[in-house]
Ligand binder design. Sequence first.
Ligand SMILES: [Zn+2]
Length: 196
Amino acid sequence: MDEDILKEMQKYGRFLEERGLNLSSHSGNMSIRRGDRLYIKRRGAMMGDLKEEDIVETGVEEDDSGVIIASTEVGVHRAIYKKTSSLAVVHAHTPYAISLSLVRDEIVPIDDEGKYHLKRVPVLDVEESIGSDEVEKRLPPVLQNYPAAIVKGHGTFARGENLEEAYNWTTVVESICQVIYLVENLGGDTRREVDW
Ligand SMILES: [Zn+2]
């Protein structure tokens, strides 16, 4: 594995942890695509303190290598790479996005920066949200049209050309949800139609 893959994963894993973007310490995951190879966080590895042995190499196509210890979401990551041109994916258990997704069917930004970046944030409502075939099937088509989406009650999935971009979309979605939460708690009107 290239040294830069490890460094990137460590850097954004630490950022996710330090910014409170990933609820429990060993949850969430990230991956990088290089050609037909996929580098993904090991199942149960600590997001904020990733070591070399915490990054698992496997194939973008079905490939048994590394899969047993790879993240539970490896199937979802593969499906995203097959259906989009992404080269990196970040999945985080973002507290505000998770909370808001439990009470809204879709999220429309109300703050100016959020509106500038995204017209809406799709919320995917599925029966089984963790490591599920349903998410594998239904999430990638959504990510063909949006850089990030929330799996209801579970967390964000964001894609990009590199981890920085996928991380950035994660922060954009979480910020949008945080502002809605704060404004709602101040008694403000946070319900918006999508302004196409
Ligand atoms: Zn998860």
